[in-house]
Each structure stands twice: as C-alpha cells, then as structure tokens.
Design a protein around this ligand. Sequence first.
Ligand SMILES: Cc1ncc(COP(=O)(O)O)c(C=O)c1O
Length: 378
Amino acid sequence: MIPFAKPIIGQEEIEAVKRVLQSGMLAEGKVSRELEKLFADYTGTKFATVTNNGTTALSTALEAMDIQPGDEVITSPFTFIASANSISMVGAIPVFVDVKPDTYNIDPDLIEDAITDKTRAIMPVHIFGMPADMKHIMEVANSHDLLVIEDACQSHGAEVEGKKVGSIGHVSAFSFYATKNMMTGEGGMITTNNEELYDEILMVKNHGRGKQGGYSHYRIGYNNRMLDFVAAIGIEQLKRLPEAVKQRRRNAQEFDDFFSEYESIKPQVEDQGLKSSYHLYVPRFYSEKMTRDEIVTALRAEDIGSRAVYALPCHKQDTYLNIQKWRWAKFIDYPDYSVVNLPISEEIGQRHFDIPIHPILSSEEKEQIKNAFAKILD
Ligand SMILES: Cc1ncc(COP(=O)(O)O)c(C=O)c1O
C-alpha cells in the first residue's frame, strides 16, 4: 500500500536525538529555544514557543487570550475535531460556519451572520495545507473587534500573499504530529507577534511560571511543554520543510494536470494569492456510476492509501450531538448542534477522499496512482 504519509527520518534526526540523550538534559530547554527561534524566523513571527502537541497549542493560546467559559468562537466544521475540541476544552462554545466549496475553508462572507454579543474570536483552519481567506477574515475580525487564532496544524509552509500562515492572525497553532509536513512524533508550536500575549502563553503552558522560570507562579497553568530530544527532531525537520513543501506542490500540480481530464474528480482549489503546502491532496468525487466510498475501496484494492477523513464534519460528530454530557454543559447554554445545517461542509464530507502526496512519493508510485484511476474510471 502506498501510504498517505511517510515521515522523512534521516541520520540527521537520529544523531540529533542521540546528542540530546547523551547530554542528559532531556526536558524543555536550550534545544527547544533554538527550535522556537528558527520557527519564528521561518514563519516571519516575533515569538514562538513549543508545546507537547497541536491541541494544547490551540487550547493554551485560547486560554492565554482570556477566552472565557460561555464565550463563542467561530470556526470551521470541516476539520479534525481537535480544532473544535480545543475551544470546548476552555469552556467556550464552538460556533460552526460553513466553508467555501472549492477551498474547503471557512467562508468569510458567512462569518458576519454568526457573530453575536458573545463572540470573542474566530479560528480559521487552513485545511489540508490550503490557507483560509485570511485577508477577509482579518477584515471581519477587525471590524467587530474579534481575536483571530489560526489553526495552522496542517499547513506548515503555506502562504497568503507571500506571508507564511501562522503570521497573520493574533496567534497561531501548529502540530508536529507524526504525519505532518514537519513532524516530531507528537509536538506543537504557538506563534504570535504580540509580546504581552506571548508572556501569557508561556505562563499558561508552564504552571503560571514567569519568563524567569523558578518557583514563583502567577496564574493557573498546565504542563504543555515539549522535550528537548523531540525539539531536536523538529530542528532537523524544519531544515527539510522548504524543499518538502516544494515537492508536495510539484506532486499536486502533476495530479491537478492529470485530473483535468476527468470530469468526476474536482481537486481543492487555490484562490488567488494563496499557496497551499499540500499536507494532503483531497479532491471531491462526482459520479453517477460509483459512490465516493466505492472509489476509496477500489483505490485501496490497487494498494493506494486513500481515505475519507472528515466524512462527518464536527457538528455531526457524537461529541457535539451529545454536548450536554460535557462537564461545562452544567454551566453553559450550548446550542443544539443536531439542528445545525452546513450544506457545503456536509456535501464535501460526502464527496472527498485523499490520495498520497507526500514528498518522497517516487515517480513509479505516482504512475501507479494515475494508472489506478485510469483502470477504475475509464
Ligand atoms: C486541523 C487540526 N487542528 C488541530 C490538530 C491537533 O494537533 P495534535 O494532533 O498535534 O494535537 C490537528 C492534528 O491533526 C489538526 O489536523
């Protein structure tokens, strides 16, 4: 089976981990500081700090922004559930706004209608590496005095008008989960240009400790720290990221060209000014002869690692249909998610599937993928 993801782990990563293990200094420290500096430079942000995963990067950032129980945070329903769950974890209410049919990202034109006097923030998700329409999202946010937290967990290296994602909103979160464009197994990063917010983030992620460390504590916080031998993997992965993103984009172009011959396959579209980092390549399937699930099964029978990752958008997941079971529901009036209709997300949920796009796909593997489509569809 050609896997949908294949992390590049070279001798560099192995040696880097070895050096940290041999140093005996395993916990978050100087190697993490180096990764933070390199990542801030890469994304073009002033401040970056590591976390133990992308979910805690999001929830730490939300808590540091003082998002309170009962506040509303507008986000996309067409995402990995961690986006919505990070909002719920801090007691806030995820308000799902539908997405655009070609980019699969939150539709800025629909955000305005979802804003209430409880809305505090917008969390756009750059899904599958495709940047959300940040220009319009920032305009809506600024005109309503809302904070913006970019969920960049899938989009390391993606760009909006020449700027890296993670540098546009007030704060952003990245994941370094094992399958991501840049990975450390588990891990995450928060970026921001706001020093006050950065200071708060450092405290939330580390038991309310101030910048100076030690045993003085200033607020309730967590242990969301990274390990230095994990950060060491991150440094080596970050060196590989620019070329890996270029190769993902070349693979995407090759598949876009190939699928232009097929009416039934509609790839995700890059709007003007947006540059996807193609974490995943996810077209939609429209055919009267075959269902989406049948094409996924047929591709898997040809040894192509294909899936329909968000067949159930967040508002259709049991988590949100049963939100009354969540601990905060005793104190907060949640909406009835069962009556939420988001037709575009639901339609994409029914139509999408992925095929491998990772940067070490060989020419033979790409041919195998194309031949599989030719066999199944012609
Ligand atoms: C869009 C999105 N948000 C948040 C997360 C959470 O990241 P992690 O798995 O590192 O906690 C992920 C991870 O897959 C994700 O894809």
